[in-house]
Design a protein around this ligand. Structure first.
Ligand code: 13P
Ligand code: ZN
Length: 247
């Protein structure tokens, strides 16, 4: 069956690639839960499967349930040309995440930049949220340099560093607009006192970027707990990495 053929049930039959992509969403949803970043319904994931067809995790749904059965706790939707309205194409009509306006605005922005198969991952990592309560880390340059300087891999895995968006109500248009501004220069954004959002075209790579940044934050905090201000890699060492890896 072609990817856009209609089943008897009214749902679109998924092509093999879309099934694989949704399996990877389930894999990452499991990681988010195991990492302790996904309390109750914390976080959400959306992926562009093809054309204007997207998979979205459902609002109020638990990542640990998405991990087990993504199509029972999320929906496949066809987004209208206005990038706001949608119709269901999955059999189950699970209401998409409350962050749908930001996710759709982000997917549109990335598509306008020529990206395809776009992914948005939003989650609530404790360590990154904790440091977003400290004023000095609301400066994206300070935050990025601090995290990059904890381990060399972070300079390579998150080459654009971390953007910062000040606090806005979850799911609001203000949050979406501020996030899109930051996406001009970053692929990972810290939402003050809320969580983190990563974009890309592979859901596992979005997870990897967040995971690496969380590790850097943990190392920073462990060093502080060990009794002092961590030295960090110096500017020369960071520049050496940028040159060696063409960053
Ligand atoms: P949803 O359950 O609507 O996806 O909301 C979770 C969340 O993290 C909001 O920012
Ligand atoms: Zn959230």
């Amino acid at each position: 069956m072609m990817k856009n053929d209609i089943c008897n049930c009214g749902a679109i039959a998924l092509d093999e690639n879309s099934k694989l992509v949704i399996d990877r969403v389930a894999e990452v949803a499991g990681y988010l839960w195991q990492k302790n970043w996904a309390e109750r319904n914390g976080g959400n994931i959306s992926v562009n499967l093809y054309d204007n067809i997207f998979y979205f995790t459902g609002t109020g749904q638990r990542m640990r349930d998405v991990a087990k059965s993504p199509l029972d706790f999320g929906a496949i939707i066809k987004v209208c040309d206005d990038w706001t309205n949608f119709e269901y194409v999955s059999e189950k009509h699970i209401k998409p995440t409350s962050e749908l306006p930001s996710h759709l605005a982000i997917h549109k922005c990335l598509r306008d930049r020529g990206m395809r198969n776009t992914v948005v991952v939003h989650t609530h990592p404790n360590e990154l949220i904790a440091i977003s309560h400290l004023e000095k880390f609301l400066d994206a340059d300070v935050l990025t340099k601090t995290l990059w300087s904890m381990i060399p891999e972070s300079r390579i895995i998150v080459p654009k560093g971390v953007g910062v968006v000040s606090y806005h109500v979850p799911g609001s248009l203000e949050l979406a607009t501020a996030t899109i501004e930051q996406l001009a220069t970053h692929d990972v954004i810290l939402w003050e006192k809320h969580g983190v959002l990563a974009v890309g075209n592979d859901v596992v790579e979005c997870f990897d970027a967040i995971d690496t940044l969380v590790k850097c934050t943990q190392i920073y905090l462990f060093a502080k707990m060990a009794g002092g201000e961590p030295q960090g890699l110096n500017d020369e060492q960071l520049e050496e990495l940028a040159v060696k890896f063409n960053l």
